[in-house]
Design a protein around this ligand. Structure first.
Ligand code: ATP
Ligand code: MG
Length: 184
């Protein structure tokens, strides 16, 4: 399994100043009052893994992840998030497997879009998305459960709930192929 070891943010949503979070093995809890930025951290994780939908990280457009300013501080024009992975078990895709540590970064400049890097080398968004998909994570992974998602699951109809469970178990592809076979 890939281990996330550090998350660095700068200019991302409410994390205007450079912030580094060390992620130790095992369970990590993030606690704090309403509005302190707990959900922003989960969104930073989704974003650095290559999320393309601004809506899924509570924005109207992607530039909304950039610190928008407060009454005391001016807005920024740049946001950057980096995620450091421990690759000592060599589970990363072959192209990156000579590195014990992988640092994936995404930065966005106002009206200029996003740029991605892996260990300082420019890469495409697709390369980052594939790296995480191969590691069974990723911005849309059922492993990331957003706020309000639990009550949506509890309140959903049994059929919809089954679909969520099938997605989590990775068998929705099998299910749709069975459906195709039955129609023949
Ligand atoms: P809760 O406990 O209510 O779920 P939370 O800890 O999850 O709260 P978040 O939703 O992560 O809090 O943070 C919300 C805060 O982030 C708000 O104060 C909001 O103004 C701020 N915020 C979001 N986007 C930006 C931005 N682009 N620039 C500046 N601040 C932002
Ligand atoms: Mg929240």
């Amino acid at each position: 399994m890939v281990q996330f070891t550090k998350l660095r943010l700068s200019g991302f949503k409410s994390f205007v100043d450079p912030t580094e979070l060390v992620i130790q093995p095992g369970m990590t809890g993030i606690v704090g009052p309403n509005g302190c930025g707990k959900s922003n951290l989960l969104e930073a994780l989704r974003w650095v893994m290559g999320e393309t939908s601004a809506k899924l990280i509570r924005g109207a457009e992607m530039d909304d992840v950039i610190f928008a300013g407060t009454s005391r501080r001016p807005a920024r024009n740049l946001a950057e998030v980096s995620l450091v992975l421990d690759n000592s078990t060599r589970r990363a895709p072959v192209a990156f497997n000579d590195h014990v540590e992988l640092e994936i970064s995404r930065r966005i400049e106002r009206e200029a879009g996003s740029a991605y890097r892996i260990n300082g080398k420019d890469v495409r968004a697709r390369d980052v998305q594939l790296l995480f998909a191969d590691a069974s994570v990723g911005s849309r992974s059922p492993a990331l459960v957003g706020q309000g998602r639990i009550s949506t699951i509890i309140n959903s109809k049994p059929r919809d709930r089954r679909q969520i469970l099938e997605e989590a178990a990775g068998i929705s592809g099998l299910h749709s192929r069975r459906h195709e076979a039955e129609l023949r």
